[in-house]
Design a binder for this molecule. Structure first.
Ligand code: NAD
Length: 467
């Protein structure tokens, strides 16, 4: 892969700027039509894209299709742009005076994405940005850059004019070029918290609009009245799906006494059935449930966290350090790992591991569990499992987290709602997609106009009073 230098970045931004002159003035119908064509092509060819994701990222094919499906929902949302961009109109706010509001595109916007969702995360932003009349420079993760190129070709096939959707392959140099360019009006970033904070600080200091989504440590609070089989299934699915490389993965199960022993046993029991292996298998054999981690470096980091947890005194109930795999021996494999009796001072609790490692923390009450979640630096997603509606309602109200599940372990909002966390999981005040996305990618304007009655036309008199 060629990594962009500053001159490459400048050339891509210039192409996006030039295209924004015409795209920003194109009719809403034109934009909606291209969006519909893109949606049809993506639906028809999604298997190709999923194969690319599996090959580079490692997640299994069905999981890659899952992320494309969630991205497609945002494309479908953006197909409704004629309705979404409708403004307000107030007739006769004063004699002969009307007021209306419009929303206009920003120009060139940058999208900087992480490795774990090479299709879905960019699709949280670019469909809405393009539908709103902006041009986009996507800087994908250097760890799985090919999905973005495939998407660019699809846009071409859908009839999007050149320069409206651009891909800038690169690393920090490319990111810094986007942050510093006066021609880039806004940045949508998703990645780890330290980089999200950096992007937010640099981007806003340069006068840009920035939404920067960061890391996570998602807790699942389990009350004693919950259905423990359903809880164990949910914890395994949400903890080990995509090998834990999801910003909405559950990484901490908070078990309220006295269910800890029983819940840990049921989760451990289910981990035995998880097949770890080559995510591309399927046509020539049974598909794996969980693929490898993205890089050797990342797998080593996850293995080191497991070692730290063991040394700190957490109980290793399921050890994923030497998993049985159906795939290349040299793969970056880490199997499902389950820790019990984890305490909040251990690094496996305080850090985002981003691997298939689930920690169980025992607490004495709902209140203790809630306080634990609210004290965490992250606030991306969380879930409560209970049969008690009043407890669930209290949790929904009291928890300091942006996305909340009630008997739902991964509460990813639908495209017409907005996605985003609280605290150090999001810098900025606008979440992704939904009406917040439309708001982020447009600027509002309010027009006050006076047209006198043609039958009684006369010039306005002078009036120095405040209007
Ligand atoms: P990352 O922060 O390493 O990289 C994200 C992007 O920033 C990439 O495009 C990368 O090239 C760029 N980047 C990396 N280092 C940089 C630097 N020093 N200066 C400028 N740019 C830099 O994240 P990752 O490892 O690719 O992705 C995993 C992280 O993303 C996890 O923390 C995960 O929780 C987070 N994530 C969050 C969400 C969310 O919605 N909150 C969604 C997906 C992933």
């Amino acid at each position: 892969m060629v990594v962009a230098d500053q001159a490459d970045a400048a050339a891509v931004i210039a192409a996006a700027k030039e295209a924004s002159q015409t795209w920003g003035r194109s009719s809403i119908t034109t934009r909606a039509k291209v969006m519909f064509r893109f949606r049809e092509l993506l639906e028809a060819k999604k298997d190709e894209l999923a194969a690319i994701i599996t090959r580079e990222h490692g997640k299994v094919h069905s999981d890659a299709l899952g992320e494309i499906a969630r991205g497609l929902e945002v494309v479908e949302f953006a197909c409704g742009i004629p309705h979404l961009l409708k403004g307000g109109y107030s007739e006769s706010v004063s004699t002969g005076v009307d007021v209306h509001s419009i929303r206009q595109p920003l120009g060139v916007v940058g999208v900087i994405s992480p490795f774990n969702f090479p299709a879905m995360v960019p699709m949280w932003f670019f469909p809405v940005a393009i539908a709103c009349g902006n041009t986009v420079v996507l800087k994908p993760s250097e760890k799985d850059p090919s999905a973005s190129i495939w998407i660019a070709r699809l846009w071409q096939e859908a009839g999007l004019p050149d320069g409206v959707f651009n891909v800038l392959q690169g690393d920090k140099v490319a990111v810094d070029a986007l942050l510093q360019s006066p021609d880039v009006a806004a940045i949508s970033f998703v990645g780890s918290t330290p980089i999200a904070q950096y992007v937010y600080d640099q981007g806003t200091a340069a006068g840009k609009r920035v939404q920067a989504l960061g890391g996570a440590k998602n807790h699942m609070l389990v009350l004693p009245d919950a259905d423990l089989d359903a809880v164990a299934n949910a914890a395994v699915s949400a903890g080990y799906g995509s090998a834990g490389e999801r910003c909405m993965a559950i990484s901490v199960v908070v078990a309220v006494d006295p269910i800890g022993d029983e819940l840990v046993a049921r989760i451990a029991d289910r981990t035995g059935g998880i097949k770890v292996g080559d995510g591309a298998r399927g046509s020539d054999g049974p598909e794996a449930d969980m693929g490898p981690l993205v890089t050797r470096e990342h797998a080593d980091k996850v293995l080191d966290y497991i070692r730290q947890g063991e040394q700190a005194g957490a109980k290793v109930v399921v050890d994923g350090r030497a998993p049985q795999v159906n795939g290349a021996e040299a793969g970056y494999w880490v199997g499902p790992t389950l820790f019990d009796h984890v305490s909040p001072d251990m690094s496996i609790y305080t850090e985002e591991i981003f691997g298939p490692v689930l920690s169980v923390v025992r607490v004495g009450s709902y209140r203790e569990g809630l306080d634990l979640i609210n004290a965490n630096q992250y606030g991306n997603g969380t879930a409560i499992f209970t049969g008690d509606g009043a407890a669930a309602r209290l949790f929904e109200n009291e928890v300091q987290v942006g996305m909340v599940g009630i008997n739902v372990p991964i509460p990813v909002p639908m495209a017409y709602y907005s996605f985003g966390g609280w605290k150090r999981s999001l810098f900025g005040d606008t979440h992704a997609h939904g009406t917040e996305g439309v708001h982020f990618f447009t600027r509002g304007k309010v027009v006050t106009s006076r047209w006198g009655d043609p039958a009684a036309r006369r010039s306005q008199g002078i009036d120095l009073g405040f209007p």
